[in-house]
Design a protein around this ligand. Structure first.
Ligand SMILES: Cc1cc2nc3c(=O)[nH]c(=O)nc-3n(C[C@H](O)[C@H](O)[C@H](O)COP(=O)(O)OP(=O)(O)OC[C@H]3O[C@@H](n4cnc5c(N)ncnc54)[C@H](O)[C@@H]3O)c2cc1C
Length: 518
């Protein structure tokens, strides 16, 4: 068997890979396994947009006493790990980047992975984060010490304590491997799209792709021309709208460099245009009918074969599952060497895949485009609060936090992109920046008032979650489809049911009245 990525179901098996060299390596002294406990004011887990954003804002506000614990060997998170062919953002780059670190040099409206990764490395380097970054430091456990009022953190390279813990471990960082009978006995090559095996040549191979989500629609068109044949196993067809990716001209880039205000105006225009999307998703699902017409016309224009078109036509309301953008996915499926299979996979055999209709297809390589552990992120089993219970146990009935950030029973803990802060319509960086402002304001208050610990009151958390779930009832996400937005109990604990400016207003100031301060 030559399964290329480690295919363990527990995230840490699959996910500890930061590739290539680091933008800002730690000092050699720190990379040695150490048993001495280092204390910091703030410990940040993860060096993706969330963790780096936190670190950059701490620096910008004159705070130096922090570390970023990153299990990989480089910064970048999502954009370090997802290197599959065609990987790119699906929110325009002018908005999918920090407002406090604009990049006038984006080359396309939707930048490719390498460009986003390079941007994040530059952000880290320019903000002087090198001495704060600890690569190869997977956080294995974090427990609140009530006596000392600090977090005790065990990492792969020694212990730390911190007054404040910020989790930036990523909502889409742990690849999910489906429980398909026989998958572990497959004798060909097997990898997850988030751990692409670049050492494996797909040329002329019989390739099976499992899943038709955001990653698959990006890489299928790239690999289809060079594989022998590609079988795409689809459970539910996604709604797909035109992507309309465009190069950003050299003149425009020069303008953004010379007059940063021009880029800010562009960013604002994109922001408000995208914000309109929340109208249909959250407030008026019937408005999605207009977007559905656009998506249907897109499918009709690109797929002539009625049977294939039928297989690709969704039967749920658009937006209930993530809306995808692509101009080349449908054309790739019309190639003679590509087959769409809508029958369920029954089992994987040593050299093939069997579907429910009994058909067996021989396969050399299986690529899993099966998403991530979102609501069951393994990190939640490693964080223990005041009474010793883990976040996972505390959330056994569904994850709940106050403002998607603070959790009752977990003092001085802030979760970046925690429960109900995900989005279906715009840039996650907008939410991340709102959370950063909130956490910074909390830190200022703690400094000002000499507060050692802040813990959100259970009743404030309850009130907030009741409101979130009340709003959720009228959204498109509860219109009856199965999606990764929903947890095992069918509750949407993932998405923010509102405009992002509503969240921004709620988080622009830390609100001590909703907390116990000690
Ligand atoms: C393929 C893909 C495309 C996407 N495109 C978009 C887009 O266009 N627009 C958008 O808004 N969002 C997009 N997203 C969502 C994206 O995940 C977020 O926008 C954002 O990158 C999240 O940043 P983060 O820092 O919170 O998490 P991540 O980028 O996932 O970073 C988390 C970091 O934490 C580290 N880590 C995890 N656990 C531990 C541990 N125990 N100890 C130490 N380190 C740990 C990881 O190694 C990783 O480096 C996309 C996601 C994927 C997978």
């Amino acid at each position: 068997m030559s399964q290329s990525a480690t295919m363990g179901r527990e995230g840490s098996d699959m996910a500890t890979r930061g590739r290539a060299g680091s933008a800002a390596r730690e000092e050699p002294a720190m990379s040695a396994r150490s048993s001495a406990v280092r204390h910091v004011r703030v410990a940040i887990v993860g060096a993706g947009f969330s963790g780096l954003g936190m670190a950059m804002r701490l620096k910008q506000t004159g705070r130096d006493d922090f570390v970023v614990l990153e299990r990989g060997e480089d910064v970048g998170g999502t954009w370090r790990d997802n290197t599959y062919p065609g990987a790119a953002c699906d929110v325009p780059s002018h908005l999918y980047s920090f407002s406090f670190a604009p990049n006038p040099n984006w080359t396309r409206s939707y930048s490719p992975q390498a460009e986003i990764r390079a941007y994040l490395r530059r952000c880290a380097a320019r903000s002087g984060l090198s001495s704060h970054l600890r690569f190869g430091h997977e956080a294995l456990d974090a427990s609140w010490d009530e006596g000392e009022r600090r977090w005790r953190i065990t990492t792969a390279q020694g212990p730390f304590t911190a007054d404040v813990l910020v989790l930036g471990n990523g909502p889409l960082a742990e690849p999910s491997v489906p429980a398909i009978p026989g998958l572990d006995r497959f004798e060909g090559t097997l990898f997850h799209s988030a751990r692409w095996d670049h050492g494996h040549d797909l040329t002329a191979e019989r390739v099976a792709v499992v899943g038709t989500g955001a990653s698959a629609v990006q890489f299928v068109p790239r690999i289809a021309p060079r594989v022998g044949c590609l079988t795409l196993f689809q459970r539910t067809p996604p709604w797909i709208v035109p992507r309309l990716d465009r190069p950003i001209s050299a003149r425009k880039r020069a303008l953004y460099r010379a007059a940063p205000v021009a880029q800010r105006v562009r960013r604002a225009a994109i922001y408000w245009q995208r914000e309109l999307g929340a109208l249909g998703l959250v407030y008026r699902p019937h408005l999605m009918a207009g977007a559905e017409r656009i998506a249907r016309a897109h499918l009709e224009a690109q797929v002539a074969d009625p049977a294939l078109r039928a297989g690709l036509t969704p039967t749920y309301t658009m937006g209930c599952k993530r809306i995808l953008l692509s101009d080349d996915f449908y054309p790739a499926l019309t190639r003679p060497n590509v087959e769409l299979v809508t029958d369920r996979i029954r089992a994987v055999q040593a050299h093939g895949i069997v579907t429910d209709d009994g058909a067996e297809r021989a396969v050399d390589t299986i690529i899993l485009a099966t998403g991530f552990h979102v609501t069951d992120n393994p990190v939640y089993r490693r964080v223990h609060g005041r009474d010793g219970r883990s976040l996972a146990d505390t959330w056994s009935g569904g994850s709940r936090a106050y403002l998607g950030t603070a959790v009752a029973g977990f003092p001085n803990l802030f979760i970046m992109i925690g429960p109900n802060t995900g989005l279906g319509h715009t840039s996650m960086v907008v939410m991340i920046e709102s959370q950063l402002a909130y956490i910074l304001d909390c830190l200022s208050l703690m400094d000002r008032r000499g507060v050692g610990a802040v813990e959100v009151r259970p009743e404030a958390q309850e009130r907030f979650n009741e409101e979130v779930q009340r709003r959720m009832r009228r959204t498109v996400w509860t219109s009856g489809c199965a999606s990764w937005y929903l947890d095992a109990g069918g509750r949407n604990s993932t998405l923010w049911p509102g405009f992002t400016w509503e969240y921004r207003l709620k988080t622009r100031r830390f609100d001590p009245a909703n907390y116990d301060l000690g």
